[in-house]
Design a protein around this ligand. Structure first.
Ligand SMILES: [Zn+2]
Length: 460
């Protein structure tokens, strides 16, 4: 799909300093703010860069750091309006060792060449940190002021522990702040509606929730011994049986409100009459839809808690020696409305063997589902529609995790959508080699943000 064909309104905000915006993003890419790097310097330099690049934001707003994370507040003139939060993260994933030479432009060069800004973080997701600040700077520099208070929060460890965003959210909560909406990374991008049985339309997902996550470690203990006396089974046999029992006890198929809403949105465009009839009647036959999706490769992750055994260790190194202690890890992605505690209970019941020890290495429940009938969703889709034509915006579920769930304690509308639509996402996108952002996509995303901010925060 040629995403540029759907770009529209590129003539708007003609006085926006596009060249400067690219230069500023490029400077940010040069700072190696890899999550949890021992040296805080790249993050501190990123803080100073932000202060230096956005003088109007600094003048109108207050800038504070929470460890390596950033919180900026621009007060609005109308305290009766709940504040909005525009967020993103400062950290990037490292370049995979040994692949440094595969980059056409060095991973931290920030080179602007061939219509692209090159480097780690251009897509994930310094574009959104700087894009949001560019938008605010632009509006403020035209002498406009927001009626709604605006916050900007940029976490330091989205790619690892999400502790930065939790600390910022806790700080806001301690100050009694409640938010109208949150805009974070996620969703976005254009794709064919084929996935939904509507191949003629182009869809853009707006992610309203994240699945939960759990790594479950199974341990089976044994002293080993000679394989001629395997009374009671080997540790390997018992571990394998436990894994099989878990994978053969799937979690139920369920349709969450977000997916249901997404399907209702695309229903008018579905071509297959049988599938269309099913989706048209989704209010009555939600379970039937969930059951159908359970059997499809693309949709089953969205209707159930998935079970993926990923690691095993401790096997014997000789054919005639029984293994001693063995361990395995199963990764779960937890469906909407469910918790790690339920996963544990489900697994204990399925395994039904007290000699198999189970513990979570890490676990968090599925996020809440953001409102799609409120101001935040309406303002976001209105702004996106202004700059991306013939696109159907679809409430959806994010595949990976983001920082956004940490703000649920102070907001019922945590939206995950990056407004930057780059043709490079597939091949050279986030976390990959030659990560790069097209200049045209970057500037178009900023237009969306200007438009959304101006309208939702009532700039006058
Ligand atoms: Zn990210």
């Amino acid at each position: 799909m040629d995403v540029y064909e759907r770009f529209t309104g590129e003539e708007l905000y003609g006085d926006f300093d596009a060249e400067g915006a690219c230069r500023r993003l490029s400077e940010a890419v040069r700072l190696k703010s890899v999550s949890d790097c021992p040296d805080p310097a790249p993050f501190l330099e990123l803080h100073s860069l932000i202060k230096r690049c956005f003088p109007r934001v600094m003048e109108e707003g207050s800038f504070e750091t929470v460890d390596r994370s950033v919180l900026i507040r621009i007060p609005g003139s109308d305290p009766s309006l709940l504040p909005a939060l525009f967020m993103s993260h400062l950290d990037v994933v490292p370049v995979v060792e040994g692949t440094e030479k595969d980059w056409t432009h060095d991973a931290y060069s920030g080179d602007i060449a061939g219509g692209y800004i090159w480097g780690r973080g251009t897509q994930d997701i310094k574009c959104q940190v700087f894009g949001e600040l560019e938008a605010a700077e632009y509006l403020l520099s035209r002498g406009l002021k927001p009626a709604r208070t605006m916050y900007f929060a940029f976490g330091q460890d989205e790619e690892t522990f999400n502790r930065g965003s939790k600390a910022v959210s806790d700080l806001l909560m301690s100050r009694g702040v409640r938010l109208e909406f949150v805009l974070d990374e996620g969703g976005g991008g254009m794709q064919s509606g084929e996935l939904f049985g509507a191949p003629k339309i182009c869809v853009m997902p707006i992610d309203l929730m994240e699945k939960g996550y759990a790594d479950l470690k199974l341990t089976v203990r044994s002293t080993g011994g000679h394989s001629s006396r395997p009374f009671g089974g080997t540790s390997l046999a018992r571990l394998a049986r436990a894994i099989t029992r878990i994978t053969e006890a799937p979690f139920p198929a369920e349709l969450c409100p977000t997916l249901k809403q997404g399907l209702k949105t695309v229903a008018p465009y579905i071509e297959d009459p049988q599938f269309k009839a099913l989706i048209d009647g989704i209010d009555e036959n939600g379970q039937a839809v969930a059951d159908v999706f359970m059997g499809t490769k693309d949709f089953f992750p969205y209707v159930t808690t998935t079970i993926a055994p990923t690691m095993i260790s401790g096997g014997s190194s000789a054919p005639n020696v029984m293994p001693q202690n063995m361990e395995a890890v199963i990764n779960f992605r937890i469906a909407a409305g469910h918790t790690p505690e339920e996963v544990m209970e489900h697994c204990r019941k399925a395994v039904d063997d007290d000699s198999v020890e189970m513990e979570f290495l890490q676990a968090n429940p599925a996020s809440a589902e953001a409102r799609f009938d409120g101001l935040g969703y309406a303002e976001l889709t209105k702004a996106l529609a202004r700059f991306y034509s013939d696109v159907v915006f679809v409430p959806f579920i994010t595949a990976g995790g983001t920082d956004a769930h940490n703000y649920e304690q102070i907001c019922d509308t945590c939206l995950r959508c990056s407004p930057f639509v780059s043709p490079e996402e597939e091949q050279h996108g986030a976390h990959g080699t030659n990560e790069r952002m097209s200049v045209r996509s970057f500037i178009q995303g900023i237009r969306v943000l200007i438009s959304m901010m101006e309208s939702s925060c009532c700039f006058k």
